[in-house]
Design a protein around this ligand. Structure first.
Ligand code: PEP
Ligand code: MN
Length: 337
């Protein structure tokens, strides 16, 4: 960290700031110029409270040269992390497709979809039981019953389950019923939830909030990792921009950026990114070409009558066609599907 001091700072001020910084485990080296004095601060600067009023009295600006996340940082963990979701590895050579409806709606629906996506080459079933909807009047999910139905689909097909958890108090009731927790975009900074999931030993699929930076995203991953749960998968699902044509804007650059910054597996959810089923195939292809480790795709047996997100849900035929193209593309990028 480099602290640039205000003009006219005296040696006494430098001593005061150095003294203040000594509460942290860092070393301070002042460089006194004719115009400007800077302090080079080395060591673990992640806990230094740069917003401190005391510092701001003397400080012109602070330049951070170290990322605030440690456990998520590739610098401290150069090898790719491979996360195992109920026997399915994600982050290695094999691409992983998670697919299923936005919401679990009934036994027949979820079992039929599970069978279909498995036959097409998907390896994990997704489906929301607790649905955090923008409107309180929209379908809120089947809740505990939804979890049971997902488990029936798993018993039928063997596909591991990923489903969203919205409440830190629900962790206990999810354990034993899910293979991977999903943290939705709206809960990316629900720190109480992240802390609880850090204590669990089940993988967590963390979605990027639609208004969050990559650094904030990685800091949320850090919450889970620092609790001792090392099984985190990052999911880009579109962010808010000035563009209104699509539901969100898929930040494809997040894939190479996150891969460079972090060792964690990265997947893309093209469905929530664009909001339109016809565009999902293109974005899926772009994601794999950009280096994503997998995809989360919404698929429905009857999109027109879906209780949530029907417009972006693929029909079985569309999903089959997309999987075929993805299998061909996987070879080109030296992956397997
Ligand atoms: C979902 O996966 O159904 C969902 C609600 O996603 P997001 O949190 O990305 O909006
Ligand atoms: Mn959805």
């Amino acid at each position: 960290m480099i602290i640039v001091l205000k003009n006219g700072t005296t040696q006494e001020d430098i001593n005061k700031i150095s003294g203040w910084l000594s509460r942290y485990d860092v070393e301070v080296s002042p460089i006194v110029g004719t115009q400007t004095t800077i302090l080079g601060v080395v060591g673990d600067t992640s806990s230094v409270d740069t917003n401190s009023v005391y510092l701001s009295e003397y400080v012109d600006k602070i330049i951070k040269v170290q990322e605030p996340y440690k456990k998520a940082n590739r610098k401290f963990h150069p090898e790719n992390t491979i996360v195992n979701i109920g026997g399915v590895e994600i982050g290695g050579k094999k691409l992983v497709v998670m697919a299923g409806p936005c919401s679990v709606e009934g036994e027949e629906q979820i079992i039929d979809i599970a069978r279909h996506i498995k036959a097409a080459g998907a390896s994990i079933i997704r489906g929301g039981a607790w649905k955090p909807r923008s409107s309180p009047y929209s379908f809120q999910g089947l809740k505990a019953e939804g979890l049971e139905l997902l488990n029936l689909a798993k018993a039928e097909t063997g596909l591991p389950i990923v489903t969203e958890i919205t409440n830190p108090m629900h962790v206990e009731k999810f354990i034993g019923k899910v293979d991977c927790f999903q943290v939705g975009a709206r809960n990316m900074q629900n720190f109480e939830l992240l802390l609880e999931l850090g204590k669990a030993r089940i993988p967590v699929l963390l979605k990027r909030g639609f208004s969050n930076t990559l650094e904030e995203f990685l800091m949320s991953a850090e919450y889970i990792l620092s609790g001792g749960n090392e099984n985190v998968i990052l999911c880009e699902r579109g962010i808010r921009t000035n563009e209104t044509y699509t539901r969100n804007t898929l930040d494809i650059s997040a894939v190479p950026a996150l891969k460079k910054l972090s060792h964690l597996p990265v997947i893309i959810d093209p469905s929530h990114a664009c909001g339109m089923s016809w565009m999902v195939e293109s974005l899926s292809m772009a994601a794999i070409a950009a280096g994503a480790d997998g995809l989360m795709i919404e698929v429905h047996n009857d999109p027109q009558n879906a209780l949530s997100d029907g417009a972006q849900s693929l029909t079985y035929d569309m999903f089959d066609g997309t999987m075929k193209k993805l299998k061909a593309l996987a070879k080109v990028v030296e992956r397997e599907l």
